[in-house]
Design a protein around this ligand. Structure first.
Ligand code: GDP
Ligand code: MG
Length: 358
């Protein structure tokens, strides 16, 4: 039996359960999970290594968690759309994840239309079936309805939260992947640098500790990241849009910021395996979401370059444009895989490797 490997892009509306699924599959907490929609702004990759088992080949699945497909309405939104398109172009399979408890609407149809323009296979996942009171009787008509919209490679009902249906899903996914060697070393769980994950963790704590109005008005940038054998020093700035929000984030006598800092630090210590000294700052940056330059700075690769003094990656062919995740996006399907395999591994810089949780 051959080994299969490929890039699988998880697509779906905010709140459909993309991050929950990604985390369930990877078995590590990578993306932000929050009841508030649209918390995953950047693509986060997880890697699933599966041994051969009954009825399925051994495989490596490289998962990308994309921001939700939606119509662009600001600079941030447009950046997201570009990311979604890039993600589609570069992957072997799309997992379109839908909340089975919600009625299809225009935006869903918009998402499915986007997929029809690409030649990539699409597997439809109907998530949250644990919430369907009608069970199968409710599920079957839903499946029929979706079948009319697109020639899906497969339709798989699951509960990402309860991890139901994941085996069947994996079987379908692996069946759709091309044969080929793994892209990443076995012990690799994510290719996101620890620094970027640190900003995601702080942002998640902000979302969890503060109320409704704040989440979309905040973003976090890591200003300093120094890793030692026993202690990691991290300084990060939480950006918000108004003075009032800054007040909420800092709280009475700094109580809120302290709470955010403490819970973020505990999580960071678990991720890093060292003690963490975390300094948090809050700054007001009006309308950051509309500012193109600022949105671009959110890109982790750019952040990383700023932090490390623009250390370029060696031996990358210059004529090939890079997507934001460092993968080539323009290659023909046939030759893409070979070149990617080398490059992706190279993209995970040796010095980052040790920092990534396994
Ligand atoms: P994303 O925006 O698509 O990444 O969605 P999340 O993974 O953040 O999930 C959004 C919300 O739906 C969270 O509160 C999850 O706990 C919840 N959720 C995700 N999957 C399931 C599921 O299978 N069943 C139930 N009941 N809730 C789920
Ligand atoms: Mg998410």
């Amino acid at each position: 039996m051959p080994f299969c490997s490929g890039f699988v892009c998880i697509l779906g509306r905010p709140n459909a359960g993309k991050s929950t699924l990604l985390n369930a599959l990877v078995g590590e907490k990578l993306a932000i999970i929050s009841p508030k929609p649209q918390t995953t702004r950047n693509r986060i990759q997880g890697i699933v290594n599966l041994p051969k088992s009954k009825g399925r080949d051994a495989a490596q699945i490289v998962l990308t968690d994309t921001p939700g497909v939606h119509k662009p309405d600001s600079s941030l939104g447009r950046k997201m759309m570009v990311e979604v398109r890039e993600a589609l172009e570069g992957c072997d399979l799309v997992l379109l994840i839908m909340d089975a408890t919600r009625k299809l609407d225009q935006r869903d149809e918009f998402a499915i239309q986007m997929l029809q323009h690409s030649s990539t296979k699409v597997c439809l996942i109907l998530n949250k079936v644990d919430l369907l009171r009608g069970g199968k009787a409710q599920l079957l008509p839903l499946i029929e309805e979706y079948k009319k919209l697109h020639a899906f490679h497969a339709i798989v009902p699951i509960s990402a939260l309860r991890r139901d249906g994941l085996d069947i899903l994996l079987k379908e996914v692996i069946g759709a992947l091309p044969a080929g060697p793994p892209y990443f070393p076995e012990d690799q769980v994510t290719d996101q640098p620890a620094r970027f994950m640190a900003s995601e963790i702080v942002r998640e704590r902000v979302l969890m500790e503060t109320e409704e109005e704040l989440p979309y008005a905040t973003t976090v940038i890591v200003d300093n990241f120094e890793e030692g054998a026993r202690l990691t020093r991290i300084a990060a700035t939480i950006y918000c849009e108004r003075e009032g929000q800054k007040g909420i984030l800092i709280g009475k006598k700094g109580a809120m910021l302290k709470r955010i800092g403490t819970s973020a630090r505990l999580q960071l210590e678990r991720m890093m395996g060292t003690k963490v000294f975390l300094e948090l700052y809050v700054k007001v940056q009006p309308n950051w979401r509309e500012s193109r330059g600022f949105v671009e700075e959110l890109d982790w690769r750019r952040q990383l370059e700023n932090l490390t003094g623009a250390r370029a990656e060696p031996s990358q062919p210059e004529h090939l444009p890079q997507s934001q995740s460092g993968r080539r996006i323009d290659a023909k399907k046939s030759d893409r895989k070979k070149i990617d395999a080398k490059k992706v591994v190279r993209t995970v810089r040796r010095d980052e490797r040790d920092r990534v949780p396994t």
